[in-house]
Structure formats: C-alpha cells, structure tokens
Design a protein around this ligand. Structure first.
Ligand code: SF4
Length: 477
C-alpha cells in the first residue's frame, strides 16, 4: 500500500469541531444545494451531529459526497429519520415555533427510537454492597465495561451510533463513572473478571492525565485477575492526530507503554467502517506508533447499508488491516435503535457479505467473527443458512451469553430473508421460544436466570413503546 500524501501533510493539525451551531462554516458545504443544508438542520435536531476538520478535509470525497461513505456516516441526512418526523420538525422550524415546543417534539421522537437497545441502561448495572455502581456494566462474566464520565463524547459522531442518546442531552440516559476507585473495588471483588473495557463515547477524547487516572485505578488495585485492558475508540479514523500532534500525544503513547510494561495486554478496539478511513498517512502513522507501544489493535464495525454493504468493501478492509498489523475482530449487525432503519440490511444478506469476503482473504484476516447481534441475551452470531430436507433455516450460536453455558450451542430459526434482528426471527421446528428466552432474566448473574419477576420487569423496562411516540406525535402535530 502506497501512502499518497507526503509526511508533511500530517505534521500538525489542530482539532476543530463542527456541530449544528457552526456547520455553515464548512467551506465544502458552501457549494451544496440549500436543501441539503436545511436537511442537516432538521435531522441534527433529532440525532447528534459533530464532525471535524480532519474528516471534512481528508476523508470525505466532496465530488461524490451523496454516495460517499464518510459523508454518510458523519453528516445528518433526511433518510436517517422517518418521513413524518422529518416533516414535523421541518414545519416547526419553518413556522418559527417556540424552541420549547420544538424540543418537546424532538424528545418525543427520540424516545420512540429505542434509545437503549438490549436493555443496556437498566439491565447490566451491577451493585456493590447493595448500591448501584453507575458507569459500569457487567454483562458477561469475564468483561467489565467502564464509561468514564469525561469520555462520553467523540471527535465526531457516527450517524449510525447506537449510543446516540448520550450525545443528545438526554441526561437521564447518560452513563458516567464518577469514582474510578469504585470500579476498581468491583474488579477486586469479582475474580472472574479478566478484561476491563473502556467505552464511551470515546475514552480517547480524555486528556492523557485523566485517562491515566482511570487506568492507574485498575493497575494499582491489586486485582491479580486483571489481564487485559481494552479501549473502544474511533480516534484512528476520526482523529488520528490524537497519537501524532495533539499536545499530549506522547503522554498517551507513554501511558500505553506503561500498561504493556506492567504485563497487561492492551487492546485498542478500533471502530473502522470503511477502508477509506485507513487511506491517510495520519491513520497509518498513528497505527505504527500505537503498535510500537506493545498495544494490539483490533477492528470492529457494523455492516451498514449505504456504507459498506458489499463483500468487496469488507474484503479490502480486512486485507488492508492485516497488512497494517490490525486484527479483524468483529462484524456487527446495526442495533435496533436510532437510525437503524436506514443502515440495516437483512441478516441473511449480512451473512452472505461476511461469507463472501471471508472466503477471499488469507488466514491472517480470518480472525473476524460475525455477523453478530449484541442482544439483551448476549452476542448472537449467524453461522449459516443450512438446508434440511430441502427447507432453509438460519443457524446461529452465542459468541457471548449471559450464561456461559449458552456459548457455541447451535440453535435454529425459520428462514426469513427480511429479518434484520433476532426479534424478527421465529424459532425453527415448531418451538415456541428460543432456548435462551425461556431462561434469561435479562439481569446480571449469568447463571441465575430463573426469576420470572425479573424477566418481566426487564422486558417492561426495555419496551420504550413506539406507541407512546405515535400518540405524542399526533398530539403535537
Ligand atoms: S465513535 Fe462510537 S460512540 Fe462515538 S459516535 Fe461513533 S459509534 Fe458512537
């Protein structure tokens, strides 16, 4: 792979965000049609919008912006929300309606977009001495997710983001960790946990000193069970200068080295949706510097309609990643939240893309797993479309489950070429429910999954009812 830009071009770049409040300062937008700008204005009221000078200047192909994957994943577009919602907000804006009315309408729309899929807000919060430890999730036995309070934003927002409510000011739904020591204590008391996964937002938005504070809490906790620290981030794609020319770039790299020197495996879980993100010199230099610290970079992405829904894109992405020393790790299915209707594709198509791309890459890139749905019950992977007695089925298994006993246990659904999520599939062979639905309480306590009251209460909390939205919309229109 030849890097087309000279070393000088990434020598220094100062981060400059663009949001709904200042996007009209983006030079490239000035050449676009007025209607595109007003679409941005309307949709950015509902879904979060932030991009930056690197994405705008180095990633987006403005000559072909309408079909450009980088534009699609960063700029609000009309089709991201339902037509009726678009029309409602548009008419409220055009009629100079009071902001408080617009905000109420926006809130109603957001609540109907399933802001917390897979019960992520309510169903995975652990307790310590009878008190909820907010800012942590413990869904799988070995892994604890940590959401540092200062890491709940990103250098740019993805239009497909399943954590979009965190960026919209829906503060009731925001997860935050206030006391690093609490989570370290939780780790100490749960010897089964080996992996701490920093998540967000993007934890790499934090300055080096803050991130070090969180990491030190774990390194110094005396928890001998800690083996791996993972950091979920999109900085490599949206702001690789985090590792190049930010004023604390060197400190960040030193921190990574400190972790690996302590004998802890450091895995950077890079969100990479298209090979274009890997095409700049800044990306490649950042990868090189991170790898020099002893950290390993793994990649993950949802399969997204209008962005990467083709075997050729995934094949090139995995091949380029293997060449750069990045380990392909996950292909996800977009979650049933936010703008899913625009980005989702049927599960059987996702599987076809995965299989075709997988079969064309070398063994080193065949480390990737998918297509996988992150559900309330665990990570469910499509394994294939078997034909039994001349009838097609969808074969699946758990990569991770609330009960470790579920993992790698094959199960089957009736073939459905339109289903985009597990709840649109029916169990095969006349079964009334999938085996895990009969057992899952939806709560932590992976092996204690028999309490019917818990099943019911979790299910109720999950159903942010779209009917409520419809009632609301009728009323507010
Ligand atoms: S970087 Fe991750 S958390 Fe941030 S907007 Fe994109 S998908 Fe969401």
């Amino acid at each position: 792979m030849i890097c087309k830009k000279s070393r000088k071009e990434y020598n220094y770049m100062k981060y400059k965000p663009f949001t709904r409040n200042n996007y009209n300062k983006i030079e490239q937008l000035k050449c676009l049609d007025e209607t595109i700008l007003s679409e941005i204005d309307v949709v950015a009221r509902v879904l979060p919008f932030k991009t930056n000078n690197y994405v705008v200047d180095e990633l987006i192909d403005w000559d072909n912006y309408a079909n450009d994957p980088m534009y699609t994943i960063t700029f609000p577009q009309k089709k991201l929300i339902a037509r009726k919602h678009f029309d409602l907000i548009s008419s409220l804006l055009n009629s100079s309606t009071d902001d408080s009315v617009i905000n109420k309408a926006v809130e109603g729309i957001r609540l109907g977009l399933n802001p917390h899929p897979a019960g992520q807000l309510e169903c995975n919060i652990p307790e310590l001495d009878g008190n909820r430890v907010d800012g942590i999730q413990h869904k799988y036995r070995e892994t604890m997710l940590v959401f540092p309070a200062q890491g709940q934003t990103c250098h740019a927002y993805c239009t497909f983001c399943f954590r979009w409510p965190q960026f919209t000011g829906m503060s009731d739904h925001k997860m935050a960790l206030k006391q690093a020591e609490l989570s370290a204590e939780y780790l100490r008391r749960h010897p089964d946990i080996t992996d701490v996964l920093f998540s967000g937002g993007d934890p790499m938005i934090m300055n080096a000193a803050r991130l070090e504070g969180y990491i030190d809490a774990f390194l110094n906790s005396g928890a001998s069970n800690l083996r791996t620290i993972r950091i979920g981030t999109k900085t490599l794609s949206f702001w690789p200068y985090r590792y190049l020319t930010d004023k604390d770039s060197e400190k960040i790299l030193e921190l990574f080295r400190k972790v690996t020197d302590a004998g802890i495996h450091l895995s950077i879980m890079a969100n990479i949706n298209h090979y274009r993100e890997m095409s700049t010199c800044a990306f490649r230099e950042a990868v090189k510097r991170i790898r020099q610290t002893g950290a390993v970079i793994r990649s993950q992405s949802p399969v997204l309609n209008h962005v990467n829904a083709s075997p050729a894109v995934w094949e090139k992405m995995w091949v380029d990643q293997a060449n750069l020393g990045i380990i392909p790790y996950y292909m996800f299915v977009p979650r049933n939240t936010g703008s899913q209707r625009f980005f989702s594709i049927p599960l059987v198509r996702a599987y076809d893309i995965y299989r075709k791309a997988f079969s064309h890459v070398s063994g080193l890139a065949r480390t990737v797993r998918g297509p996988s749905m992150s559900t309330l019950h665990g990570k469910i992977k499509i394994d294939g479309i078997p034909e039994i007695n001349r009838k097609k089925y969808i074969a699946m298994s758990f990569i991770q489950g609330r009960s470790s006993d579920w993992v790698k246990k094959p199960f089957f659904a009736e073939y459905n070429e339109n289903a985009c999520w597990i709840d649109e599939l029916k169990p095969a062979f006349g079964d009334k429910a999938f085996f895990f639905e009969e057992k899952d309480s939806g709560f932590l306590g992976m092996n204690d999954v028999n309490d019917e009251a818990d099943i019911l209460s979790c299910a109720i909390r999950q159903s942010d009812s779209p009917d409520y939205l419809l009632d609301y919309m009728d009323y507010s229109a």
